[in-house]
Structure formats: structure tokens, C-alpha cells
Design a protein around this ligand. Structure first.
Ligand SMILES: Nc1ncnc2c1ncn2[C@@H]1O[C@H](COP(=O)(O)OP(=O)(O)OP(=O)(O)O)[C@@H](O)[C@H]1O
Ligand SMILES: Cc1cn([C@H]2C[C@H](O)[C@@H](COP(=O)(O)O)O2)c(=O)[nH]c1=O
Length: 471
């Protein structure tokens, strides 16, 4: 079955067909003769012609858009393509997409822009369902945008690479997409006779019908990464107001969002005390809790952590939401924590186990794929501290080798978070988190190698605190 190579059926052909029910029966019979055509006819019958005007405009819009696929096993950098007919743009060939070389297919699925909470939830649930229904396919993140108005036109989606051994992948994909009748755009990609690549645009409206076909053209990597623009609008929050807007928007479906918002201190700017605020950061199991506890007793300090206790009971709920909602929760957690820090700093030094740097580093590392060379450049806006957030006096980043960290996680034997499991499994992700920490600015992190025994790490931390803080 090959969606991409079937030409549109004529209306006369359609009349011959008795019923959609009979067609769908045949469709589900693998190896059935005329299987390809039947699939096409089935989709055609179900979709009808009602939306032909919408189809025409979406295929025009489609042609001017650029698609960007996150780094993957075939491409260490994001790859960019379009379907417009620029005079000089080179065609893409299976050299660029080796997975299409043996006659395979790839797919892109884009989610049309809508209300951001709803769109983010749709993106999350669609991603989960695609992974479940196509467990052997590589499901990559994709964004699509118009070059004239990148932030305003940005749409998110997925690029799907089924294995050659999965001939019914497209059938399964369509079955998933049928459940999302509105706002999903499906394209398939296949190799042509002259080694060119074709994109077929499918209309999904109760069914799927091919509406346009264009050659795929290569686009040079832009100077400023659209993936970074994408995270700035959908997972990074640089003001309390921004993050609160998201939780307000979702509070009718997530009642706990109201509870979190109720914990936000309305009076700002905060009235800080004279004692120093010291944040300890690092990957999981680098020794933050051990060090913060020792510092607390050595300095007679207050010990706080992020997210703060008053909202941590809802953490698992927000962890299972879309990136937009989850990151809004963590961002707000910092502002709620800041009010507690300001109050505590009036009577003693304050030690904080994770703060804004964790929120930013994990977000950047999760949203940007590939190696550390794909991270936003040093000094980029994403590494800056939010203007309206209490600024600590010192941030210490603990680093240990991967082997030692994993050894500590295993020895500790506690329940790991999903991100911790990913960190263990994905060394590139780990490197991105640590590198993002190192690129943070104002305040930047001061690094301590936390591999030596605890007593040594403590002495180093105390020395840094003495040097940089008024203690
Ligand atoms: N310097 C050290 N040398 C050897 N083991 C250490 C050292 N520091 C901490 N550990 C051990 O490593 C494990 C992880 O430490 P800890 O819980 O303090 O890390 P963490 O950074 O707070 O982790 P998480 O962020 O996941 O809560 C614990 O079992 C702890 O006893
Ligand atoms: C504070 C904070 C945490 N996270 C993520 C990063 C890790 O996977 C876990 C670690 O939490 P722990 O309480 O230290 O074990 O939570 C995050 O993504 N953003 C944040 O702001």
C-alpha cells in the first residue's frame, strides 16, 4: 500500500463503488488486489468535496512554508525543506533522506495553530498516540513556518519514519489521524523516478484525500533557529505574568492550576533580606541534596527547594501535561519559591536546591534535539535570567562523570522521574542539560567537580561562598 503513488480517482470511478462499509472491509485486508486504489477511494468517498475551497488555500499555504525536522540518526543537524518553486533551490534527493531510498515512505503531520493550551495538549496526545500505534517508527519533532513571519506562523507536528518492514504504517497513521478531524495536516513523502522526492498533501476531513503534489526542495539552515523561536512561545517563560496566563487558560480542565495560582504572592517587587541566597544546581544524583543539607547545618541557613513544598503535591499532575503547562508550572514554582526565599533571607543565609537554572536548562535540553552543537549559541536570550525574578547571590553547579552519577542513582535506589530515566538512557540529553546550565548568565553558574568525597565537595562549596558572598 503506497498512498503517495496513487493518482486521484475520477468521480465516475466513485459511482461504481457500492458503499464505504464494503470498502473499509477490503481495505483492512492486507495483500488484497487493488489495495492502494481502494485506500484512496475509501478516503475520497468519506471526505467528499465539501471543503474544496479550504483544500485549495491550504495547499497554496503549504507551498510557501518551510518544514524543519529535529536532528536524528540520519542527520546530526535539523534538516529544512520546502515545496515552493524557487528558481535556485536544489531538489532534495534520497541522499538527503536515505530512508526513502528503498521505496519507503515518510510522513509529516502538522497541527494548525489554535488556542495555545488546546493546541499544546493536542500535540502531546497526538505524539503519545503515534508512539503507541507506530512503535517501530521513528517519530521526530517537526515544525513548519512561513519564512516571512516565523513566530506568528509557527506550527508544531511530527515527522514519521516507518521502517521498511512495516508496510501498514500509513494505514495505522491514518487511523490515528481520523480521530482528530480538525486542524491536522498530513503529507507523505516518497522517492520519484528521477531520484527526486515528492510531497503529497492529504486532506483529512473524516477521511484522507490527496489534494496536491510537489517536489521537495532543500532549504539552507537559517541563521536563527526556528526551534528556539518555537520554545520561546511554548515552553520558556520569562515573566510571571506569561506563565500565569497559561495556568489561567487551563484551569477549567486542570483544577490544580487554580491552587498553584492561589499560592502566587501578589505583592511585587519582593522585599529581600540582607543574607545571601545560594542556589545549588546539577543533574540528578550529582549530590545536591547531600550538599545543601551540609551547607544548611554549617551556615545555620534556611533550606528551600524547587518546586516549593506548597505546590509540590501537584507535581506529578503537571509533569504529565503538555510542555507548555508543565513548564509554566515549574516557572511559577520559582516565583512562589522566590517569595519564600526573600522572607527567609531576612533572618539567615538561604540555600536553595534547584531554581530557575534547572527550569531553563531542562526545558532547553528537552525541546532542542541532537548534540550540544544544536543548542542556542552562547549569550542567547534563552540563557538570561528573567527580569522579574529574585536573583540569587551565587549559583553553584555540581558536575560528576556519567559513570559516577549513574552509579549514585543505582545505589540510591529511589524511584526515578521520567526525566531521570531519560537522562540515564540518553547521554546526549544529559550533555545538553549540563551545557545549558553552563551557558546561563547573570548569574552564571560556578562549577564544582562533585566526584570527590562529600567532605571535599563541602569544603569547596564553603570556599566559594566565602569568596563570593558576605558571610
Ligand atoms: N560526593 C559524593 N561522593 C559519593 N557519593 C555521594 C556524594 N554526594 C552524594 N552522594 C550520594 O549520591 C547519591 C545522590 O545524592 P543526592 O541525593 O544528594 O543527589 P541529588 O543531586 O540531590 O539528586 P536528585 O536531584 O535526583 O534529588 C546519594 O546516595 C548520596 O549519598
Ligand atoms: C525544579 C525543576 C525540576 N525539573 C525536573 C528536572 C529533573 O528531571 C527533576 C528533578 O527534580 P528533583 O526534585 O531534583 O529530583 O525535575 C524541571 O524540569 N524543572 C524545574 O524547574
Amino acid at each position: 500500500m503506497d498512498l503517495a503513488f496513487v493518482s486521484s480517482p475520477s468521480r465516475n470511478t466513485m459511482k461504481v463503488l457500492a458503499s464505504v462499509g464494503a470498502l473499509s472491509q477490503m481495505l483492512l485486508t492486507p495483500g488484497c488486489r487493488g489495495h492502494k486504489l481502494l485506500l484512496q477511494l475509501y478516503f475520497y468517498t468519506r471526505s467528499g468535496l465539501a471543503n474544496s475551497r479550504r483544500m485549495a488555500s491550504s495547499s497554496l499555504d503549504q507551498k510557501s512554508r518551510i518544514f524543519a525536522v529535529e536532528p536524528n540518526i540520519y542527520s546530526p543537524n535539523p534538516f529544512y525543506f520546502t515545496c515552493s518553486r524557487g528558481p535556485s533551490a536544489p531538489f532534495m534527493t534520497p541522499k538527503d533522506w536515505p530512508m526513502l531510498d528503498q521505496g519507503g515512505l515518510a510522513f509529516s503531520v502538522c497541527i494548525a495553530k489554535g488556542a495555545r493550551v488546546k493546541t499544546a495538549s493536542l500535540h502531546k496526545s497526538l505524539g503519545q498516540e503515534l508512539s503507541q500505534q507506530l512503535p517501530d517508527s521513528e517519530i521526530l519533532r517537526l515544525i513548519s513556518y512561513s519564512p516571512e513571519n516565523l513566530p506568528g506562523s509557527l506550527e508544531k507536528g511530527f515527522f514519521i519514519l516507518p521502517p521498511h518492514s512495516c508496510p501498514d504504517a500509513q494505514k495505522r497513521l491514518c487511523k490515528v489521524l481520523m480521530k482528530y478531524p480538525q486542524g491536522i495536516q498530513l503529507c507523505s513523502y516518497s522517492k520519484g523516478e528521477e531520484h527526486e522526492i515528492w510531497q503529497c498533501l492529504w486532506e483529512l476531513n473524516g477521511g484522507a484525500k490527496e489534494t496536491a503534489r510537489s517536489r521537495v526542495l532543500r532549504v539552507e539552515e537559517p541563521v536563527s533557529s526556528p526551534f528556539v523561536d518555537s520554545i520561546k512561545g511554548s515552553a520558556m517563560f520569562y515573566s510571571l505574568e506569561d506563565a500565569c496566563d497559561v495556568l489561567e487558560e487551563c484551569s477549567s480542565v486542570i483544577p490544580e492550576a487554580k491552587e498553584v495560582l492561589a499560592s502566587v504572592q501578589p505583592h511585587r517587587p519582593l522585599d529581600e533580606g540582607r543574607f545571601p541566597v545560594i542556589v545549588i544546581e546539577g543533574l540528578d544524583a550529582t549530590g545536591k541534596s547531600t550538599l545543601t543539607e551540609s551547607l544548611r547545618s554549617h551556615l545555620n541557613a534556611a533550606l528551600l527547594k524547587s518546586p516549593p513544598d506548597c505546590i509540590s503535591q501537584w507535581r506529578t499532575i503537571f509533569d504529565s501535561e503538555s510542555a507548555l503547562i508543565k513548564r509554566a508550572y515549574y516557572a511559577i514554582g520559582n516565583y512562589i519559591g522566590a517569595a519564600e526565599i526573600a522572607k527567609a533571607s531576612k533572618t539567615s543565609p538561604v540555600i536553595v536546591d534547584r531554581f530557575w537554572h534547572s527550569t531553563a536548562a531542562y526545558t532547553i535540553a528537552t525541546e532542542m534535539g541532537g548534540g550540544i552543537h544544536n543548542l542556542p549559541d552562547h549569550h542567547h536570550d534563552v540563557y538570561q535570567w528573567p527580569e522579574d525574578l529574585l536573583r540569587p547571590d551565587l549559583v553553584i553547579l555540581l558536575t560528576v562523570s556519567d559513570e559516577e552519577r549513574i552509579h549514585r542513582i543505582r545505589k540510591r535506589g529511589l524511584q526515578e522521574t521520567k526525566e531521570e530515566r531519560e537522562l540515564e538512557a540518553n547521554s546526549m540529553f544529559r550533555q545538553r542539560v549540563e551545557e545549558a546550565y553552563k551557558r546561563m548568565e547573570n548569574p552564571a553558574c560556578l562549577i564544582i567537580d562533585a566526584s570527590p568525597p562529600m567532605a571535599v565537595v563541602l569544603q569547596e562549596a564553603l570556599a566559594l561562598i566565602k569568596k563570593h558572598c558576605d558571610i
